[in-house]
Design a protein around this ligand. Structure first.
Ligand SMILES: O=C(O)c1ccccc1NCC(=O)[C@H](O)[C@H](O)COP(=O)(O)O
Length: 210
């Protein structure tokens, strides 16, 4: 299973994550209202970190997204708001980077609404619906994913924690498109600062899931 550690903010914590865990991706939040906002007073050394860095954006104009791609050396873009298919296509075509399009789950999913995004995304990412857009620590009913109709791989997010490893393993048995997890607030000491030992323990657990 792949692992994305989202909401990283501090250079030292990022370096520890890189040295001790090296997940498939780390996420930097570029949404100013978030307590994990990484766009202000960011250490310029963050751009030199060799882990794959995904920028997380909420309804941000494309020009601003592409500027952050350059400034932070991003390898991917996560669109976490109500971005249109047209904007997702524009970001994919202009950046050529990995694109993660997020859909926030309330009670059910209208899968047909995702279909037109398929050509422009590398992964869908399913998170819990919240008015703050993300980082809620709340889990949605994963049963909604049972009838996921596409071959496009997806990441699961929203309050993911250590005690869900068994449920994750069960979900994976029935859904080969389930490619990985995106973790955040359940692995924090404070917003933006991750408990590296806990993240490392989670990655170890994921190794046993096929
Ligand atoms: O983390 C935030 O503060 C955040 C704010 C606005 C948009 C997205 C945000 N996080 C992006 C993520 O990908 C999180 O990992 C995801 O929402 C799950 O977070 P959590 O429920 O805390 O595990």
């Amino acid at each position: 299973m792949k692992l994305k550690v989202c909401g990283m903010k501090y250079l030292r914590n990022i370096r520890d994550l890189e040295a001790q865990v090296r997940p498939d991706w780390m996420g930097l939040i570029f949404y100013p209202p978030s307590p994990r906002f990484a766009g202000e007073n960011a250490d310029p050394e963050i751009s030199k970190v060799s882990m794959k860095k995904v920028g997380v954006f909420v309804n941000e104009p494309s020009a601003s997204i592409l500027q952050k791609v350059e400034a932070f050396g991003l390898s991917g873009v996560q669109l976490h708001g109500d971005e249109t298919v047209g904007q997702v296509q524009e970001i994919k075509e202009k950046s050529g980077l990995e694109v993660f399009k997020v859909f926030k789950v309330k009670d059910e999913m209208l899968w047909s609404e995702l279909e037109s995004y398929l050509p422009w995304v590398d992964y869908f990412l399913f998170d819990t619906y919240t008015k703050d857009h993300g980082g809620s620590g709340k889990t949605f009913d994963w049963g909604v994913l049972r009838d996921y109709p596409f071959e496009k791989p997806f990441l699961l997010s929203g309050g993911v924690d250590m005690d869900q490893v068994h449920a994750i393993s069960e979900l994976k048995k029935n859904l080969h498109q389930f490619a990985g997890l995106d973790i955040n607030s359940k692995f924090e000491i404070e917003p933006g600062l991750k408990d590296i030992a806990k993240v490392k323990g989670f990655k170890e657990e994921l190794k046993n899931i096929r």
